[in-house]
Design a protein around this ligand. Structure first.
Ligand SMILES: Nc1ncnc2c1ncn2[C@@H]1O[C@H](COP(=O)(O)OP(=O)(O)O)[C@@H](O)[C@H]1O
Ligand SMILES: [Mg+2]
Length: 670
C-alpha cells in the first residue's frame, strides 16, 4: 500500500524533472544545480553520487549523499533509474526511501524497528490506515529511545518492545517477539510512557497479559509497549518523610520532587522465620475500651472491623492522633480505595498537629484503577520495611482500608479471566492477603505495628474477606452498628472484639481479672436483654438488676469523646491512661456509681469527671443518652457546674427511680 502510494509520486517527480526543469528551480535556488541534475539524469548512478557529493555544498546534499550511499550499498547499479527518480524527493522527506526499504532493513537489523514492522504484520491487528501511522510513531519513539537508552534495556542490551494486541478495560495483552518480560515487569505505553502496565501472566511464548495501573484511555491495538526491565518500585530514603505519594512513588503534595532517594521493588519476600522476633508489649492508645478490653500489641496487627459508617476511619484517625505524637518511630499511612477527601483532610490535620515530620502517606484511593489500589499497599509496606531494616526504627503502619485491597484483587482477578470463588472473591485471595500481611512483621532490627481498618460488607462478619483478615491479626476490634445508632462511640462491641494480649502473663493479674469481670457483666446483660424486653426489668432478681445497672454504667463509661470528632460532638477530646480506665471500671463494678445517672458516665474521660455531674436520678430523669444532641445536653450542665454540684450519693433515693429509667431505655432499645 505504501509503495503504491509512493510510486506515482516518484514517477511524477521523474516526469517533472525531465519535462520541466523549472519546477526544480522553485525547490532549488541554484539554476546551475538544476542543469547539473538534468545532466546527471543521463549518467550512471556512480556518476550521480560523485557529482552530487562534490557539487552541492548544502546540507541537503549531504543527506542525499548518505541516503544514496546506503542505497548503493545494498542495491546494485541496476536500480539506478529509480533511485535517481527518488533523489529529488529525498530532500524533503529524508529517511524513508520507500523502494529500498525492505532491502535496506535486513542488513541493519539490530534495532527494534524491523521487529515492529514484523509484529504489526504478524499479529494482524493493525488497521490498514491507522496501523501505518502508528507504525511510524513506534519507529520514531523507538529510534529516539535507542539514541538515549534508558531503563528499558533488556539483558541483550537493547530495548525490548512489544505491541498491544488487545485492550479490555484495565487488562492489556501485549506481544513481544524477542524477549518475554517476566511476571511483575512494568511496561509503559502511550505518550511519554504514561500508561503503566504490570505483567501478571504469560499467555504463551509471545504474549503477556498485564493489568494497567493507570487509566487505559487512549491505548490502542498496535501501539508500542516498552518493557522497563523491572518491577514496580517505591522510593525509600529519609527524604520520603513528611511526604505524600501515589502508587508509583510520585509526590502528590505539591511540594518539590524528591532528589535523594533509592527505588526499591515493591515485591519483596517476608522476613525469614529466623529473623522474626516477638515482643509482648502493650501499645497504649489512650482509648479506654481498647486499652482495657483489647490491648494492642506493640509490633502486632490490629484490625478495626465494621460496616459502612460505623466509625472505622474516625477511630483510626483518633489512634493516629493519640499515638503519632508520642510514637518515637515513623508512621506510615496507607489509604487504599477510600474517599480521596479523607486523605486530604488527614494530611492537613497531621500538618497542623506538627507530626508530619515523622509521617509518610501513600494513597491509592477509590478513583484509581484496580491495579493501582492493588499495589499501593505493597508500596507503603516497602517504605515501612526500609525504616525497619535500614534505619532500625519502629514503624506504625496504618491502613484504611485493607478490604479495598482484597476488593481490588478481586477486580483484577475477574478482569484477568480467573474463575471466581466463594461470593465472587478471587480464588487467590488468601495468597494475596498473606503475601501482604506476612511482610508486616517484627525483626531484630525493628517492629512494624499495624492498625488496619477492615470494611465488612453488609455487616456480615462471615464474609470471606473479613474471615481471611481476622486470621492475620493479633487484635480484632469489632465496631457494631447497633452501638453506633445508640450513640455509644466508639461503637466497639466488647464481646466480639478480642486481643491475644489480654492474658494475665502480659497485662498482669489485676488488669486481666478486671477485663474478665467486665466481659462477664456485659455478657450477662446481653443475655438478660431479651427477658427485659419481654417482661420488664422488675421481673428480674435483685442480683440481675444490679448486673444490668453495672453493665449499663460500664457501657457508658467506655464511651469517650474524641479529639477528631470535636467538630460534630462539640466535646473536647479526652486521652485516658490505662490506669485511670482500669480504676474507673473497677469502681463501677464495686457499685460506687450506682447512684449516679447513667448519663453522668457518658462521654467522659477519667471516672472522676462523673463526680462533677448530676447525681442520682430524680423522678423526672432525663432520657437515655441516645444521640449526639443528647451528648451535648449532657456536656453543658457539666460545664456550667464546675465541680460537685451535688454532694455525695444519696443511698436511699438511688434504687427506686433507677429501674424505671432503665426499663424505658431497654424497651426503647429493643
Ligand atoms: N467516635 C465518634 N464520635 C462521634 N461520631 C462518630 C464517631 N465515630 C463515628 N462517628 C460518626 O460516624 C460517621 C462515620 O464514621 P466513619 O469513620 O467515616 O465510618 P467508616 O469509616 O466506618 O465508614 C462519622 O462521620 C461520624 O458522624
Ligand atoms: Mg472509612
Amino acid at each position: 500500500m505504501e509503495r503504491n502510494a509512493d510510486k506515482p509520486k516518484a514517477s511524477d517527480t521523474k516526469r517533472e524533472a525531465k519535462a520541466e526543469p523549472k519546477a526544480e528551480t522553485e525547490a532549488e535556488p541554484k539554476p546551475q544545480d538544476n542543469a547539473a541534475v538534468a545532466t546527471l539524469l543521463n549518467t550512471s548512478l556512480g556518476d550521480l553520487v560523485v557529482a552530487g557529493l562534490v557539487k552541492d555544498p548544502e546540507d541537503v546534499a549531504r543527506i542525499i549523499a548518505t541516503a544514496i550511499t546506503q542505497v548503493q550499498a545494498s542495491i546494485g547499479a541496476a536500480k539506478a533509474p529509480e533511485a535517481k527518480a527518488a533523489e529529488p524527493k529525498l530532500e524533503t522527506e529524508v529517511e524513508p526511501s520507500p523502494k529500498a526499504k525492505p532491502h535496506v532493513d535486513k542488513p541493519r537489523a539490530p534495532e527494534s524497528k524491523p521487529t515492529q514492522e514484523k509484529v504489526a504484520k504478524k499479529t494482524d491487528v493493525i488497521h490498514p490506515k491507522e496501523g501505518r501511522a502508528q507504525g511510524r510513531d513506534v519507529q520514531n519513539r523507538l529510534d529516539a529511545k535507542t539514541q538515549t537508552p534508558r531503563a528499558g534495556v533488556d539483558h541483550h542490551g537493547h530495548i525490548a518492545a512489544g505491541a498491544v494486541v488487545s485492550v479490555r478495560g484495565s487488562v492489556v495483552d501485549i506481544r513481544f517477539d524477542e524477549h518475554l518480560p517476566p511476571i511483575y515487569s512494568v511496561l509503559r505505553a502511550g505518550d511519554e510512557g504514561r500508561i503503566v502496565i504490570e505483567v501478571l501472566a504469560q499467555l504463551d511464548a509471545r504474549h503477556v497479559r498485564g493489568i494497567a495501573l493507570t487509566p487505559t484511555q487512549g491505548l490502542a491495538r498496535g501501539m508500542a509497549v516498552e518493557d522497563t526491565g523491572g518491577p514496580l518500585k517505591a522510593p525509600v530514603g529519609k527524604e520520603v518523610l513528611s511526604r505524600m505519594f501515589d502508587v508509583f512513588g510520585n509526590v502528590i503534595d505539591r511540594e518539590p520532587a524528591l532528589s535523594d532517594v533509592q527505588w526499591r521493588s515493591v515485591h519483596r519476600a517476608p522476613p525469614p522465620l529466623a529473623r522474626r522476633s516477638t515482643k509482648s508489649e502493650i501499645f497504649e492508645t489512650g482509648i479506654k475500651v481498647i486499652d482495657v478490653l483489647m490491648p494492642l500489641e506493640r509490633g502486632g496487627k490490629a484490625g478495626l472491623f465494621g460496616g459502612a459508617g460505623v466509625g472505622k476511619t474516625v477511630l483510626l484517625t483518633e489512634m493516629i492522633h493519640n499515638m503519632v505524637g508520642q510514637h518515637e518511630g515513623v508512621s506510615i499511612f496507607c489509604g487504599i480505595g477510600e474517599r480521596c477527601r479523607e486523605g486530604e483532610e488527614l494530611y492537613r490535620d497531621m500538618k497542623a498537629a506538627g507530626v508530619l515530620r515523622n509521617m509518610v502517606m501513600v494513597f491509592g484511593q477509590m478513583n484509581e484503577p484496580p491495579g493501582a489500589r492493588f499495589r499501593v499497599g505493597h508500596a507503603a509496606l516497602t517504605m515501612a520495611e526500609y525504616f525497619r531494616d535500614d534505619v532500625h526504627r519502629d514503624v506504625l503502619l496504618l491502613v484504611d482500608n485493607i478490604f479495598r485491597f482484597i476488593q481490588a484483587g478481586m477486580e483484577v482477578s475477574g478482569l484477568m479471566g480467573q474463575m471466581p470463588s466463594r461470593l465472587g472473591y478471587q480464588p487467590t485471595m488468601g495468597t494475596e492477603l498473606s503475601r501482604l500481611e506476612e511482610r508486616i512483621a517484627n525483626t531484630d532490627t525493628g517492629a512494624i505495628t499495624s492498625i488496619q481498618a477492615v470494611y465488612v460488607p453488609a455487616d456480615d462478619f462471615t464474609d470471606p474477606a473479613a474471615v481471611h483478615t481476622f486470621s492475620h491479626l493479633s487484635a480484632s476490634i469489632v465496631l457494631s452498628r447497633k452501638r453506633a445508632s445508640e450513640g455509644l462511640f466508639p461503637a466497639i462491641d466488647p464481646l466480639q472484639s478480642n486481643s491475644k494480649m489480654a492474658t494475665p502473663g502480659i497485662v498482669g493479674e489485676r488488669h486481666y481479672g478486671l477485663a474478665q469481670e467486665i466481659r462477664r457483666t456485659l455478657a450477662q446483660y446481653a443475655e438478660l436483654k431479651d427477658i427485659i424486653a419481654m417482661l420488664g426489668l422488675e421481673q428480674l432478681s435483685r442480683e440481675d438488676r444490679n448486673v444490668v445497672a453495672r453493665a449499663r454504667r460500664l457501657e457508658r463509661f467506655l464511651t469517650q469523646p474524641f479529639f477528631t470528632t470535636k467538630q460534630f460532638t462539640g466535646l473536647e477530646g479526652k486521652l485516658v491512661s490505662l490506669e485511670d480506665a482500669l480504676d474507673g471500671c473497677e469502681r463501677i463494678l464495686r457499685d460506687e456509681f450506682k447512684d449516679y445517672q447513667e448519663s453522668a458516665l457518658y462521654m467522659i474521660g477519667a471516672i472522676d469527671e462523673a463526680k462533677g455531674k448530676t447525681k442520682v436520678a430524680p423522678p423526672a430523669a432525663p432520657p437515655k443518652p441516645e444521640s449526639k444532641t443528647e451528648a451535648k445536653g449532657d456536656a453543658n450542665p457539666a460545664a456550667k457546674s464546675p465541680t460537685k454540684s451535688t454532694p455525695e450519693p444519696h443511698p436511699k433515693s438511688g434504687t427506686k427511680p433507677q429501674p424505671k429509667v432503665e426499663h424505658a431505655a431497654d424497651a426503647h432499645e429493643s
